[in-house]
Design a binder for this molecule. Structure first.
Ligand code: B12
Ligand code: SF4
Length: 429
């Protein structure tokens, strides 16, 4: 008999959360490799097309499939008590999960997605419920929180923690041989409008605030035929928007990205493509910009962080200001709408001075595109994260919270003033 596997994407405990094309892609990819070799059930707390959420007008999607989550206000956890913002639990109500668990036949395994390190309270809630109502299910956690905070994750007492990207321990524990060429298990959703793809793993840069270089060791394209098969599956399922989760989507584009997009163009697909996880402006050539627009890219998020040459060099030189300006020219010349081009700038990083950040915001504005302040999250095991131990206890992952850290660094009023300034600049475009 095939093992029964429960897949869970936990609720989010945070000050803010928005469905910016969020999908539990790591977990779905693993389940895909076990397609046909196990019986699956999915409970995705963050599925906005689940009947409970789909009925609520305030949660309706925007034109690119993004939107708000259902939430309940809750008390701030003790370590974040001094942050003057409401704390919330985002996602379907807890009793929907407990009813589901109580009704279902016993599961053999439960795979639980973990994402931001500071979202672990949602993971804890899920593991507690599974243990109580499905005591036979062996709980397996994997993803970013487990990888970056493995000792903390041990406290959740799961049966197996899958740290990093090597899945050998998982296959041995499940006693199933995977088919590594299979796409993610997207068909598990009753309704699906947004999908995710990742054409590559890792990144060739070494930014001092980022965990990717350590976790993935080196940049590696995924097999083109697998990505095309996954795109085809998403297309068949009626997906309208696809977000790329790559860290360096534009690096070595001749290997996968260009042939992938050329195939998409040939198929005359109507799917909108998005890059929420930041593109590197340095690699946007006129040819690539033109192909991206033709293949359906609608929104372009560029990782800029700061216009300060001092800061750019100190943190890894991933991109310089003139490269951002050139990328914007090339994208707009190719037909991208400036309204849909956004440059991320980091807020609350310990070595950016306020004046430099304001100058960066003005620089981005002068290019005629939108700016978005990306709150800094101090990540353990990164040089910049470790430096933040001066201000916060990094061993408590709640202190990596991206809303909290800029407030701790800059103060509530200053942090709000900069966010207001960013809003004003965007409004005046
Ligand atoms: C996509 C992405 C996003 C998306 C949303 C992702 C989501 N679903 O929530 C967007 C663009 C919205 C985003 C936003 C942010 N992000 Co982000 N993001 C990522 C990214 C690229 C992938 C995360 C992911 O989904 N991984 C899962 C899959 C896609 O990865 P994978 O390699 O295939 O996974 C392998 C293993 O991990 C394992 N695995 C993965 N999942 C599972 C599950 C199970 C059950 C098992 C067994 C195994 C397993 O198996 C896979 C096989 O190889 C990571 C970097 C990275 N490469 O991981 C950063 C990352 C998670 N983000 C990060 C940061 C800093 C942010 C922001 C704070 C940036 C900002 N200032 O705005 C925001 C925070 C958003 C918020 N609301 O709080 C940090 C983590 C911070 C933290 N403290 O946890 C990361 C690690 C990048 C970094 N800078 O180091 N992000
Ligand atoms: S370029 Fe992006 S993904 Fe790569 S190391 Fe820098 S921040 Fe991380």
């Amino acid at each position: 008999m095939k093992p029964r596997i429960l897949l869970v994407n936990p609720p989010i405990y945070d000050f803010a959360a928005f469905d910016f094309w969020l999908k539990p892609y790591g977990m779905l990819s693993i389940a895909g490799k076990l397609r046909g070799r196990a019986d699956f059930a999915l409970f995705d707390y963050l599925d906005r097309l689940a009947p409970f959420s789909a009925r609520q007008k305030s949660l309706a999607p925007d034109r690119w499939g993004r939107g708000r989550f259902y939430f309940e206000k809750i008390q701030n956890p003790e370590s974040l008590a001094s942050i003057p913002r409401y704390f919330r639990r985002f996602g379907l109500p807890r009793d929907m999960f407990t009813d589901f668990l109580a009704k279902e036949k016993p599961f053999d395994f439960a795979l639980v997605q973990t994402t931001m390190t500071y979202w672990y309270p949602g993971v804890r809630e899920v593991t507690e419920d599974i243990r109580r109502l499905q005591p036979k299910a062996k709980i397996i956690l994997g993803g970013n929180y487990v990888t970056l905070c493995s000792s903390h994750a041990k406290e959740l007492e799961a049966n197996l923690l899958v740290e990093g990207t090597n899945l050998e321990s998982l296959w041995q524990y499940l006693k199933i041989t995977p088919d590594l060429m299979q796409p993610a298990l997207w068909e598990i959703y009753d309704k699906l409008k947004v999908g995710v793809l990742k054409l590559t793993d890792g990144c060739p840069f070494n930014c001092t605030y980022c965990s990717v270089p350590k976790v993935y060791s080196k940049f590696r394209p995924r097999p083109l035929e697998c990505s095309l098969a996954e795109f085809e599956l998403l297309r068949r399922l009626g997906v309208e928007n696809i977000a790329f989760y790559d860290d360096a989507l534009l690096f070595e584009p001749d290997v996968v990205l260009i042939p992938f997009l050329e195939t998409v163009v040939k198929q005359q697909s109507k799917i909108n493509l998005h890059s929420p996880n930041a593109l590197n402006a340095r690699f946007i050539t006129s040819k690539l910009a033109e192909l991206m627009v033709r293949s359906g890219f609608k929104t372009f998020y560029l990782g800029f962080e700061s216009a300060s040459p001092r800061w750019q060099k100190q943190t890894g030189s991933k991109v310089f200001s003139e490269e951002l300006a050139q990328a914007v020219d090339k994208l707009t010349a190719a037909g991208a709408s400036p309204d849909n081009i956004t440059a991320y700038q980091i807020l609350g990083h310990p070595s950016i001075y306020i004046q430099e950040l304001e100058a960066s915001m003005q620089f981005v504005h002068s290019l005629g595109i939108r700016g978005m302040l990306a709150d800094f999250s101090p990540i353990p095991c990164t040089p910049d994260g470790e430096y933040c131990r001066k201000w916060v206890n990094l061993d408590e992952p709640l202190m990596h919270n991206k809303t909290a850290f800029p407030i701790i660094m800059l103060g509530f009023d200053e942090s709000n003033r900069l966010k207001d300034l960013q809003r004003q600049l965007n409004r005046s475009l």
